[in-house]
Design a protein around this ligand. Structure first.
Ligand code: FNR
Length: 187
């Protein structure tokens, strides 16, 4: 059966290396894994007053897309050693209404990319803190802190190095196995 993976990219910019990595992972994924990017750029900042007045359509659309998925893959840069605000906002939007978080129980994995050497480690681990609270079993190994990200892709978005392709393929295969082991089976 096809496993639907919602891919949440933590960068909004068109030429994002994180978006390129997400698309590369989608190509390298095992055939039974369907990766689809769920957009977060149109989500207004979460505000309980706005929710009380009527849920904005983009929030409802986003929650439904996460709910309809079997698992969630986060691919994110680091802003000021933490999770970009746009991604944190998407997590907050998906976590409400209280007790009905769209995220709950969905297997997750995180890949983080940075042009710097540290591979957005700070964002990767701050994100893990939120996923504990959201009851998402998160893939532990292999960890994926991808540094030097501006040199990884050619102008068509293809990975340049075979070694990077091997690492990405191993990561997404490990996530497929993780989903098999941790997904909540329907009653
Ligand atoms: C950054 N960048 C950055 N990089 C990093 O490794 N650690 C950091 O703490 C930060 N902080 C940061 C803050 C803000 C506000 C911006 C805009 C950028 C640089 C960042 O890694 C770089 O812009 C990447 O290219 C962002 O990823 P995308 O957009 O290419 O996916």
């Amino acid at each position: 059966k096809t496993i639907n993976v919602a891919v949440v990219v933590g960068s909004l910019r068109k030429d994002s290396v994180n978006r390129k990595a997400a698309l590369a992972l989608a190509k390298l994924a095992p055939a039974h894994l369907a990766l689809n990017i769920v957009e977060i750029g149109d989500l207004a900042l979460y505000d309980e007053d706005v929710e009380a007045a009527g849920t904005p359509e983009p929030w409802a659309r986003f929650r439904e897309e996460i709910r309809a998925s079997d698992a969630v893959l986060f691919v994110t840069p680091e802003y000021n050693r933490s999770v970009p605000g746009a991604l944190k906002n998407a997590i907050d939007v998906g976590s409400r209404p209280y007790g009905k978080a769209a995220w709950s129980g969905k297997p997750a994995a995180i890949m983080s990319l940075s042009p710097g050497a540290l591979g957005a480690f700070g964002a990767n681990h701050h994100l893990r803190q939120s996923l504990v609270f959201l009851n998402m079993p998160v893939l532990q190994q292999p960890e994926a802190y991808v540094g030097g990200a501006f040199t990884l892709f050619d102008e068509t978005g293809e990975l340049v190095e075979e070694s990077t392709r091997t690492f990405f393929a191993g990561f997404i295969r490990a996530f497929a196995d993780w989903i098999d082991r941790t997904a909540v089976q329907p009653a």
